[in-house]
Design a protein around this ligand. Sequence first.
Ligand code: HEC
Length: 354
Amino acid sequence: MKHSILILGGILLAFAALIVAYTLTQTYQFNGYILPEPVRAPETMLRSANGPVRLGDFQGKIVLLYFGYTFCPDVCPTSLANIKLALGDLTPEEAAQVQVIFVSVDPARDTPESLARYVAMFQDDFIGATGTREEIDWMVNAFGAKYTVEAPNADGNYNVSHSAFTMVLDRSGYYVMNWAHGTPSTAISADLHHLINEGIPVSAQILAGPTYTPVVCAVTLIPAHVRNGQWLYEHHCAQCHGMDMAGNPQWQVELADGSHLAPPLNGSGSAWTYSQSELLTIIKEGRNLDKPIHMPAFKTKLMDWEIEFIFSYVQSTWDINQLNYQHGFMTLTPNPTDTPAAPLAPLITVTPSP
Ligand code: HEC
């Protein structure tokens, strides 16, 4: 008797453990299409009735971007109305973290003022913006969207057919996901809720399932570099960032002057969200050097390759998703320093056959 109770108890325990393990590994399935590789928002400066609009200005917020035009007979109004509905499902605090931007691909007819009136019909804080034809083409191309100005009818009116998906830019300005036209507002608000509260859009894509095939991590850590890096780390960085890279226990407390104590460099911090070249700049140039608590500049103390070794050691504490995420940044961030604006890419490259 006693024996069978024990067995029963054991079976129940095993079940409970299974359920816990299952819920822990369950990942949220997004309703939108998740881009295999995030796209950095272009720097294009557009115009709105309230002045210039650059996607980079909204870092920290989730941006919902929609290409359309105000003469659009049905698709644009339904999409905007749908977004408005989805935002209505969020708490005001959540909704405040989302910025909707409607970009007109019809600058010949849409002015910043007419756009402002148009988007205000949906919601006051939606932004309507447009630019020159070239600026718009540049942006549309960068995002892999499309539009075509159709031939005018007898009255001179014309339609513009355009990609009708709503694009999602994460808080760091990367285009990470889109919703197809007709996605129910409840599906959108569920995704938004998750994006706002979990804040891991890119790592999520690796776990998202069918739409994404995980890439094999392209970062190879060379054991000798990791070992050398450890020695260098312990001699130059550990005193502030900790032997275990966990940072100062108080690192999250913002000091009166806006600076912070040394943050973690291991996977529990945000070091892995920087590209390798951004990290190199931080370490060479330091940070907040004018503040009492600062990150010292190492350019006179360490050679670039020594810093690279330290990276290897730091990276050895990150998990595969974090390594992949950083790798995505490395290939997608053209150059963190101010490079002159790149020339306009040709819209369509057609090689005429001889
Ligand atoms: C004297 C203390 C000190 C030393 C030594 C030091 N750091 Fe820091 N580090 C800081 C502080 C403080 C900050 C945060 C500065 C701020 O943003 O207010 C920081 C920030 C950073 C950041 C940015 C992290 C983030 O999430 O924003 C990186 C990366 C970094 N340090 C790497 C290193 C490396 C690598 C070394 C060794 C070569 C090193 N640090 C040595 C104090 C130090």
